[in-house]
Each structure stands twice: as C-alpha cells, then as structure tokens.
Design a protein around this ligand. Structure first.
Ligand SMILES: [Zn+2]
Length: 98
C-alpha cells in the first residue's frame, strides 16, 4: 500500500482529497485507474484532474522511484527509461525485467 499512500499524498499536494481504499470502506467515490493500488478521490468533480495528474505521475516520478533504471536499445542505442519494455524510437525489445 506504500504506493497508494504516495499517490494520495501526491494528489493532496495538488489540492485533491484522496483516500486509500482499505482505510475507508464506504464507497461512492471515483476509483482511479491505478494498477499498483486503489486510491479513491473524495470529490468526483476532480476525477479528470486527478486522472491526468496520475498519468503524468505514474509515467514519471513513480517510475523513477520504482526503478530509476534506464536501458540502451540494442538496435539503435537510444536510452530508454526503465518502465518501457520496448524502444520508443525503433520498437526494439529491451532487456527482460528482473
Ligand atoms: Zn531502438
């Protein structure tokens, strides 16, 4: 649940109240499409904001927190961030995750 709390803190730092599912069981809030956890925002009108923030967050900060690794494409030598499994430039496959 560490990621969930991290994400909740991230959303709250952007002015969006959020809860980690499991802390509260009362429903009715929008569930964000997060694979790693279940974070609920308490105000449905902020759902779009939260969704966009999280997409940016998950593709950036969280990925770096989790891995921080990059790999070099064996085909074109492009440096690829660790969360991607294929080269964005040539489509070549990267090393398998450990
Ligand atoms: Zn490549």
């Amino acid at each position: 649940m560490t990621e969930a709390h991290l994400i909740r803190g991230f959303l709250e730092s952007h002015g969006i109240d959020a809860l980690v599912r499991g802390d509260f069981l009362t429903g009715g809030w929008g569930e964000l499409p997060v694979d790693v956890c279940a974070v609920w925002i308490t105000d449905d009108s902020r759902y779009e904001d939260a969704d966009q923030l999280l997409r940016d967050f998950l593709s950036g900060s969280l990925a770096r927190i989790h891995g921080g690794k990059t790999w070099s494409c064996p085909h074109c030598n492009e440096t690829i961030e660790g969360q991607f499994t294929a080269c964005w430039r040539c489509g070549g496959q990267g090393p398998l995750p450990d």
